[in-house]
Design a protein around this ligand. Structure first.
Ligand SMILES: Cc1cc2nc3c(=O)[nH]c(=O)nc-3n(C[C@H](O)[C@H](O)[C@H](O)COP(=O)(O)O)c2cc1C
Length: 369
């Protein structure tokens, strides 16, 4: 490899968020917090990445304080004294290693099935009660259920602010609750929360505003969104730059500071006639900083690696990433699986030790450390 990776290791600053590198650890569920409480091992796990040149860590999705938010008893909560004490230690350790960290605030919505732990009695909630187009799994949310979830996000944001996190990321991607409002396949409401593209953004916009009110004017709020849904990989929220502009405007107005545009392969152009990806377009349209993500450093996208395939290490597309950073098309680079497989991935890249990269496989998840 002859690519110069130094642009990835230039510090980055926005408002009062200063990062030592452009490398962001993408949020990745670990299911290693029994009872919802992240233990000292979770702090060690994130600290190892921060010690190795990762500028910003976005934690695994962590449940907001709402009974139906999670569907796995080992996913961490972002509420309750024990869980928040665990998270406070995580933030302290990452800070001690010179890193910054935001929790990814998560509600799974209708991806949760009735009876699932940690709260088997809680009814799944979703915009129109749909898991995917035509598949009704629960009732449409009432106004008071919507208000409860908005306030759950705000409470979690206030906790993040109080216990020393550097911002929050709101999980609006991949077909979970917020995305169930975004997507016309799962939001068939005709009231203030649905009906057209702008009204489908209303729920997320209210969450962003509530999180802002619960924290401070300068507390960074990132929003992750995606075209693809786990229910339907070909789904799209926007098929043209004009449609993307329509949906991003209410979110920008609500106060999103950083957009995290989730792609499976970052090098793929989003719309015809331009090489720009979803993150690039988002930055061009909103003027806000963006994180790009999707198979950075890998040759196989992450849905394929949930099957038997392992992912090989590759370099071709990293040239494209450097161009995107150098041209200010994107600001930050989200890295997922490579940072699971190899906590030292970023330092090895920086120091030209690419031959030492550890490959990612399903086994990497079993030995997650
Ligand atoms: C094991 C695993 C768990 C994940 N969990 C989450 C999650 O909790 N929240 C989220 O937004 N994305 C999650 N993702 C998606 C990643 O954040 C990332 O977008 C995806 O892996 C693509 O990046 P990569 O190709 O560098 O791995 C997960 C991915 C993997 C592989």
């Amino acid at each position: 490899m002859s690519t110069n990776f130094s642009p990835l290791f230039k510090p980055w600053q926005h408002g009062n968020l200063t990062l030592k590198s452009r490398i962001v650890m993408a949020p990745m569920t670990r299911s290693k917090s029994p009872g919802g409480v992240p233990g000292p091992d979770v702090a060690t796990y994130y600290r190892r990445r921060a010690e190795n040149a990762v500028g910003l860590i976005i934690t695994e999705g962590t449940a907001v304080p709402h009974a139906a938010a999670a569907n796995d008893p080992d996913v961490p909560h972002f509420y309750g004294e024990a869980a928040l004490a665990g998270w406070k230690r995580v933030a302290q350790e990452v800070h001690a290693a010179g890193g910054k960290i935001m929790p990814q605030l998560w509600h799974v919505g209708a991806v949760r099935r009735a009876g699932q732990h940690p709260n088997p009695d809680a009814k799944p909630v979703s915009a129109s009660g749909l898991f995917r187009p035509g598949k009704q799994v629960t009732d449409p949310m009432t106004d008071s259920e919507i208000a409860d979830v908005i306030s759950a996000f705000a409470t979690a944001a206030a906790s993040a602010h109080r216990i020393g996190f550097d911002g929050i990321e709101i999980h609006g991607a991949h077909g979970y609750l917020i995305d169930q409002f975004f997507w016309d396949g799962t939001n068939i409401r005709t009231d203030a929360w649905g009906g057209d593209a702008i009204r489908r953004m209303h729920f997320a916009a209210e969450i962003v505003k509530a999180c802002r009110r619960a924290t401070s004017d300068s507390f960074p709020i990132a929003l992750r969104f995606s075209q693809w849904k786990q229910q339907q990989y070909e789904a799209k929220l926007a098929t043209t730059p004009a449609e993307l502009s329509t949906i991003l405007a209410p979110l920008t107005d609500a106060g999103v500071d950083i957009f995290h545009a989730s792609n499976r392969r970052f090098w793929e152009p989003e719309f015809d006639g331009s090489t720009m990806n979803l993150a690039g377009w988002t930055k061009k349209i909103t003027g806000k900083p963006v994180i790009t993500v999707g198979s950075i450093g890998l040759d196989t996208d992450f849905l394929q690696t949930f099957g038997a395939k392992s992912a090989g290490v590759e370099s071709v597309h990293l040239d494209r990433l450097m161009t995107m950073i150098n041209d200010d098309e994107v600001d930050l680079a989200g890295v997922g699986r490579m940072l699971i497989a190899d906590p030292e991935w970023a330092t090895k890249l920086r120091d030209g030790r690419m031959s030492e990269f550890k490959p990612y496989s399903r086994d990497s998840l079993a030995h997650l450390a």
